[in-house]
Design a protein around this ligand. Structure first.
Ligand SMILES: [Zn+2]
Length: 339
């Protein structure tokens, strides 16, 4: 009999819920707005009623394994409690696992959204393609999420908060981050950091091309700035070069510490890989001797799975989060919940 899971991708804007089978992938899905104004209990009510409906529509003739939930962090595991999640205002100390369990009597696997995305790339994306058993993924969107898989298992750390590479300091005098620190990778290389860098230049009237681009609009997006860079705007080009440098600096540290075969760059900013990656690889060569010795074709790469240290843009794109949530119950059945 086919196995079935229900995955929930809980975001600050949208709530996506999908029914999944390993043979067919996503067989049914619904996206609804996350009603942040109504409060966390109302959002969990919405979530659970869609889960029940999708399960009723998809369960016949299939073996239901459980529900997987990918949530913004910081998330304390295994209890499943949130602590000041910046993308879910008003959810501090919210016991997400407990509230779902109260409404649905079924097995629940819960992880940070970045861990869920890393699991999807591992099982269905680049990890599968390259045949590696470990990887580190950075999801570059509004913030920078991170998930680490070691020997086939998600790395949780002692309280579920391992893999927060978005908040490693890469510039001690850098910009303030949402976590309270200054100069985090997240405040230097996320989509928000790209937009902030452009806005600073526009405010100082230092970037005529970006001033023209902004003209009459409330705000720019990282995508607008990437397009300007591709069309040759020097300031936009410079912003992406700096973003690549920041990302390369952070990755160089991760590569030196972890020596994994695969580092995956996902999220919206990864769509700018063409303009981001030259300066990223420059920094890797300069700052990580582990990278320069183990990159594909280098002296110490021959025995490595995947052909050497691979740094690549994600394969699954925006689907990684929901697919990862759908995979969580299978992963937990195989490896336990990290307790
Ligand atoms: Zn931070």
């Amino acid at each position: 009999m086919q196995s079935l899971t229900i995955g929930v991708d809980l975001g600050g804007t949208n709530l996506r819920i999908a029914a999944y089978t390993p043979d067919c992938g996503i067989v049914n899905s619904t996206t609804l707005p996350t009603r942040l104004v109504a409060g966390p209990l109302a959002v969990v009510d919405d979530m659970c009623s869609v889960v029940r409906r999708l399960l009723a529509e998809s369960e016949e003739g299939r073996n239901f394994v459980g529900i997987g939930v990918g949530s913004p962090g910081p998330l304390e595991l295994p209890v499943g409690r949130l602590h000041h999640p910046p993308n879910l205002p008003g959810w501090d100390e919210f016991h997400l696992r407990g509230e779902i369990e109260k409404r649905l009597e079924m097995p629940i696997s819960i992880e940070s959204d970045a861990n869920a995305a890393a699991l999807a790339e591992y099982e269905l994306g680049l990890g599968k393609l390259l045949g590696v058993d470990s990887l580190c993924m950075l999801t570059m969107g509004t913030g920078i999420g991170n998930g680490i898989i070691l020997n086939g298992e998600l790395w949780h750390g002692a309280a579920g908060m391992g893999g927060e590479a978005g908040h490693m300091t890469i510039d001690p005098d850098g910009h303030l981050c949402g976590c309270g620190n200054t100069g985090c990778l997240e405040s230097s290389a996320s989509a928000t950091a790209v937009v902030n860098a452009a806005e600073r230049l526009i405010k100082a009237r230092k970037a005529p091309g970006l001033v023209r681009l902004k003209n009459g609009r409330n705000s720019l997006t990282a995508l607008d700035i990437a397009e300007a860079a591709r069309q040759g705007d020097p300031d936009a080009t410079n912003i992406f070069e700096m973003t690549g440098r920041a990302l390369g600096t952070g990755l160089a540290g991760l590569i030196n510490i972890l020596n994994l075969p695969l580092y995956v760059i996902g999220g919206g900013v990864a769509n700018s890989w063409d303009i981001l990656s030259p300066s990223l690889f420059d920094e890797l060569e300069r700052r990580s001797y582990v990278y320069s010795l183990t990159a594909p074709g280098r002296p110490a790469s021959s025995g490595m799975p995947g052909g050497g240290t691979q740094v690549l843009p994600a394969k699954l794109g925006a689907e990684a989060g929901i697919l990862g949530a759908c995979l969580l119950p299978f992963h937990e059945a195989k490896n336990g919940s990290g307790k």
